[in-house]
Design a protein around this ligand. Structure first.
Ligand code: C5P
Length: 244
């Protein structure tokens, strides 16, 4: 692992985490862009920890929906996010002692997640929880604001995107394989609504960080996308090693 170092401007040099912290690779992008699969694949190869930050917003939404809480009420949702009794056990997500790994993946919970995610109180409550995932030897974090807000000193920032049609088709395939019955048309509508809400909100809107590499995965395989990110990371850590 490359030792931490700083540039003369005080920002982290490539390959190094700020203040001696483990390196973070931030993978952001819109719904169903493939960012989760890419991020998980990269984390597996590098043996880094993995944060699926969207699952935290989904957990808040799921909890709110299941206890009949108002999805529009910031105070209640913030309290819920603060007290969230959730744990990540390998690839399983447990909430209040129950396995909710699949339950939080439905389109309904996804749509509700993007509604609770507009509230600054909810985002603040989840910030510390997300940063706690940064542990040696490193972290691959996927979401909407990993590179812009949560880990602005990430050594590598990738913004994964794809056309809305391709994203709807991919999500359709995933859901059908899991036994859910949905139409591509309804998924496309849902994706466009979520894009508009995620990109248009005042707090931490979805956008590529100024120093992010944009990776358009339309027509590109997951394997090729993973290889692209790994190659960039290796270049960056190689450069940092020769500089130190
Ligand atoms: O990535 P996923 O589809 O699971 O995320 C669900 C919703 O959570 C997104 O539509 C978005 O509104 C919100 N989210 C967010 N910031 C993140 C991750 C997810 O606002 N870092």
């Amino acid at each position: 692992m490359t030792p931490p170092s700083r540039s003369p401007e005080g920002s982290a040099r490539p390959g190094a985490g700020r203040r001696g912290e483990p390196p973070v690779i931030a993978v952001d992008g819109p719904a169903a862009s493939g960012k989760g699969t890419v991020a998980l694949g990269v984390a597996r190869v590098l043996r880094f920890h993995y944060l699926d930050s969207g699952s935290l917003y989904r957990l808040v939404a799921y909890r709110a929906l299941s206890q009949g809480a108002l999805i529009e009420e910031e105070g209640g949702l913030t309290a819920l996010a603060t007290g969230l009794a959730a744990s990540f056990e390998g690839e399983r997500i447990v909430l209040d002692g129950r396995d909710v790994t699949l339950a939080i993946r439905t389109p309904e919970v996804g749509a509700a997640a993007s509604r609770v995610a507009v509230f600054p109180g909810v985002r603040r409550a989840l910030l510390v929880r997300q940063r706690a995932f940064r542990r040696p030897p490193g972290l691959v974090a996927d979401g909407r604001d990993m590179g812009t807000v949560v880990f602005p000193d990430a050594v590598l920032k990738v913004y994964v995107t794809a056309s809305a049609e391709e994203r709807a088709a991919r999500r359709h395939k995933q859901l059908i394989e899991k036994g859910n019955s949905v139409t591509i048309e309804s998924l496309l509508r849902d994706i466009r609504e979520r894009d508009a809400r995620d990109m248009g909100r005042a707090e931490a809107p979805l956008k590529p960080a100024a120093d992010a590499i944009v990776l358009d995965t339309t027509g590109i395989s997951i394997e090729a996308s993973i290889a692209f990110v790994l190659e960039r990371y290796r270049q960056i850590s190689g450069e940092a090693r020769t500089e130190t």
